[in-house]
Design a protein around this ligand. Sequence first.
Ligand SMILES: Nc1nc2c(ncn2[C@@H]2O[C@H](COP(=O)(O)OP(=O)(O)OP(=O)(O)O)[C@@H](O)[C@H]2O)c(=O)[nH]1
Ligand SMILES: [Mg+2]
Length: 251
Amino acid sequence: MADTGAASAPKPSSSVKLVLLGEAAVGKSSLVMRFVNNDFQENKEPTIGAAFLTQKISLSTRTIKFEIWDTAGQERFASLAPMYYRNAQAALVVYDITKPSSFTKAQHWVSELQRQASPNIVIAVVGNKADLASNDPPPSTSAPISDGDGIVAVPTDGGEGELEDEEETIRKVPVRTAKAYADEEKALFFETSAKTGHNVAEVFTAIANQIPETALKGPRGAGGAQTQRTEERGRVDLGVRESGAKEGCAC
Ligand SMILES: Nc1nc2c(ncn2[C@@H]2O[C@H](COP(=O)(O)OP(=O)(O)OP(=O)(O)O)[C@@H](O)[C@H]2O)c(=O)[nH]1
Ligand SMILES: [Mg+2]
């Protein structure tokens, strides 16, 4: 899909290294594909190693070029992760709202980032596949259960109110549990759907807005032809892919 928006006045442009982490099959690559290509695949193949993509977004005062490292969630690739989050200015830690184990894994990634990544890294906790819980009942009053290390256990019955039909049991990680956890860790929190596009642009825009000015670098490399994106406040035009994906290392 082509973006034919007219170029506006040039704004300062900065590169931001962003890494996606999370259990296998939570939808990391799908979120990136939605953000970069505005596309979705029902049966996306697992990532091997990592994939690298870039995408620009235009804020009111500056343009941010995200340099995105989409890591592989399969356990056999876990030891590669530090290579990708090293020097990252932002991280999307993704879980699947239908899979409690993926939320636990997300919490481990947040802890690891806090211990090992750049001290000023902007972290967003992202509950993906929100489309599967479109018939959510109202949230229950049950509180999250903490193990003392800040890791929050999720009630496996979904922690929600009375269940009326099978679809309502699909959600296993209550919004309030995940939001409370993210607040505690001073992380951004979003529920998204790579499938419908719900909140995908919003996550990246929120991250871009959260990166301190002092942490911004100038654009890297020769640049080449780049698409100027249009922006309304809080919205990003996802019409055109900024550059292709490639798999490889972060070196
Ligand atoms: N219903 C629904 N399915 C999704 C969503 N996002 C991803 N999926 C599906 O979930 C599966 C896994 O998605 P991927 O994007 O490959 O997951 P990943 O986290 O990149 O997985 P790894 O690369 O193995 O770490 C695919 O079949 C997607 O189609 C979503 O928002 N909603
Ligand atoms: Mg992937």
